[in-house]
Design a protein around this ligand. Structure first.
Ligand code: NAP
Length: 214
């Protein structure tokens, strides 16, 4: 059993926490206000815990960062670069700016030459960041069942062993994984969220995922 620390009380934190519990992991969920997770904790079973961001990071072997993009660097600070050092950090975040979408197209606060995950990696240099789960809605993150078969999860990061750990999780969660290289590939992977959201904002639903064909 691996101990997962999920930093985030939003829909992604809930979907992934429940998915890890379902697949036999232990989960400690973190927040600035852990008390707000009381209802979730009451139903989550014996392998679930809650704590501050720092407590959840410290307790974990693998950390999942599932917080608002604008707050991600701050949450890395709250978790503590020392607590994250040497650990796999699965980065689900997207750098969504507070401006409303234009004709269904989200705005980002990053540029195509500097992704959010590069900022996070600089913030906690000894953490082993892997981008994953950022390109699909939370409802499909765990055990996606789509008529077209298993969708593709695009991942990247500088540490090959960390990516192997994340690939093993994605295998269990029903994904085909494509490793697109080092942290700089987040400049291309993060904007896939913009693409994924367009059909939803245009009224065509949210029950789709991406697939790489060769
Ligand atoms: N929603 C989706 O389906 C989806 C899909 C793919 C990727 N993503 C990405 O996944 C991440 C999480 O999304 P989400 O929808 O689950 O939740 P969210 O509403 O984007 O984020 C909620 C979390 O952000 C933290 N947060 C917000 N403002 C903060 C601040 N000023 N300082 C510290 N922490 C702050 C909250 O901490 P507290 O618990 O302390 O309040 C909470 O844990 C985002 O980056 C999003 O772009 C979302």
């Amino acid at each position: 059993m691996q101990r997962i620390g999920v930093l985030g009380t939003g829909a992604v934190g809930t979907a992934l926490s429940n998915g890890f519990l379902k697949h036999g992991y232990e989960v400690t969920r973190g927040s600035r206000e852990p008390a707000k997770l009381g209802d979730w904790l009451a139903k989550a079973g014996p392998n679930a815990r809650t704590g501050t961001f720092a407590e959840a990071a410290k307790a974990a072997e693998i950390v999942v960062l599932a917080v608002k993009g604008e707050a991600a660097e701050k949450v890395v600070d709250l978790a503590g670069a020392d607590a994250l050092a040497g650990k796999v950090v699965i980065d689900t975040t997207n750098p969504i700016a507070p401006t409303p979408p234009t004709n269904g197209v989200l705005h980002y606060f990053t540029t195509l030459d500097d992704s959010l995950m590069e900022r996070l990696q600089r913030r906690a240099p000894a953490a082993r960041f892997v981008k994953a789960f950022s390109i699909v809605g939370n409802a499909l993150m765990v055990d996606p069942k789509l008529p077209g078969g298993p969708p593709t999860m695009f991942i990247c990061g500088n540490d090959d062993a960390a990516k192997a750990d994340v690939r093993a999780i994605l295998d269990r969660f029903g994904w085909a994984t494509e490793d697109f290289g080092g942290v700089e590939a987040a400049r291309a992977i993060e904007p896939l969220c913009i693409l994924w959201c367009i059909p939803g904002f245009r009224g065509q639903g949210w029950a789709h995922a991406l697939k790489l064909l060769r």
